[in-house]
Ligand binder design. Structure first.
Ligand code: FMN
Length: 335
């Protein structure tokens, strides 16, 4: 996930209990693009031993092929194409989810990439742009070009991050495709991941925001697979996780202000499970200095042996990354 699942975060998740596979933030692909160094580091310096797929986001076939060739020089598990990003500045250029509007173009891009990539070629996509009208055609194209794995986010591009997830369409993909399908979208907990696996017949789960909220989620899924009791973190453990997140941003040598902004990107998700009224989110969004931020964290979490809920509290939402921050959250409070 852009600006979130970078090398320090992958390293941290590796310590809390890694997933089977990682997918990088997307490499932007256009006529002037070069592999972004900070994303490349999540492949070349990754200490976790987890296979890493490099994700690309673009629409120009010559540039996509050039980028795939550059990526192949690095220790990647495979190459993933992003056909899901809902950010308007991305889809307006027909990149990310914008590609889904034109199945003929998808046909060309997948065909060119399949020819270029002798190793694993995977796709991350949504069920359509405005609607699922092209969904069956898109699945036929995934099959035609022998894509090795499809991660399917069960929303349209217009559905962004909060529309209901259409799990029956994930079931349709799992039934009809020769390749494995990973279900994606609101797999909030190990219990939900297992229920969706049963309902859709998917081969695996791709988990995004809820791995930021609950970094133990992959460990808990593994425990559930083995029939073992699930690790139950306390709010105090969550406080320690926040220290780890802050420490990792310190290693990058950035000053307080951007460091706090970066921490807030993670707290935005963690806060969904801290208190049922969303007071933590409200207060932390208004804290601008490290001391104030950590005082809020201590008040809600320090030395608290209450269990950290596996599910988010109903109605408490992280701010979608497409939504503008409120000005009141950016400026210092009135004296
Ligand atoms: C901050 C943020 C950044 C994201 N960046 C990417 C990305 O670079 N590539 C991608 O395929 N999906 C990206 N996504 C989408 C997620 O991978 C995932 O499809 C979506 O959040 C739904 O799954 P979830 O409910 O498990 O989070 C991003 C999502 C968020 C919230």
């Amino acid at each position: 996930m852009q600006d979130v699942t970078d090398l320090p975060f992958m390293t941290l998740i590796g310590r809390y209990g890694p997933p089977d596979l990682f997918f990088t933030e997307y490499f932007r692909v256009h006529s002037q693009s070069r592999l972004e160094k900070h994303i490349l580091r999540s492949i070349t310096e990754n200490p976790t031993n987890v296979p890493v797929f490099a994700q690309m986001n673009g629409e120009s076939i010559p540039d996509i092929i050039r980028t795939a060739r550059e990526l192949k020089k690095h220790p990647i598990a495979g190459i993933d194409l992003n056909m899901g990003c809902p950010a308007p500045k991305v889809f307006k250029k027909n990149c990310g989810g914008g590609l889904l509007r034109e199945p003929a173009k998808v046909d060309q891009v997948l065909g060119a990439l399949r020819e270029e990539i002798e190793g694993l070629f995977t796709v991350k996509m949504r069920i359509g742009f405005d609607s699922s009208e092209h969904f069956s055609t898109l699945l036929e194209l995934v099959a035609k070009h022998r894509v090795d794995l499809l991660s399917l986010h069960g929303r349209t591009v217009r559905g962004a991050y909060h529309a209901p997830v259409q799990y029956p369409l994930i079931a349709e993909a799992s039934r009809s495709l020769p390749c494995p399908v990973f279900a994606n979208g609101n797999l909030t907990s190990p219990g939900k991941a297992f229920r969706i696996q049963r309902e859709t017949g998917c081969r695996g789960a791709m988990i995004g925001r809820h791995a930021i909220r609950n970094p133990w989620i992959f460990r808990q899924i593994r425990e559930k697979l083995k029939g073992e009791p699930l690790f139950q973190p306390t709010l105090h453990d969550v406080r320690a996780y926040i220290d780890d997140l802050y420490a990792m941003s310190g290693k990058q040598g950035i000053p307080d202000k951007p460091r706090i902004s970066k921490l807030k990107k993670y707290l935005n998700f963690i806060g969904e499970s801290i208190d049922p009224k969303g007071q933590f989110l409200y207060r932390m969004r208004r804290a601008h200095e490290p001391e104030k931020m950590f005082a809020v964290c201590d008040e809600f979490l320090k030395d608290c042996s209450d269990p950290f809920p596996l599910e988010p509290y109903p109605g408490i939402h992280a701010r979608p990354n497409t939504e503008k921050p409120k000005v009141s959250e950016l400026i210092s409070p009135e004296p």
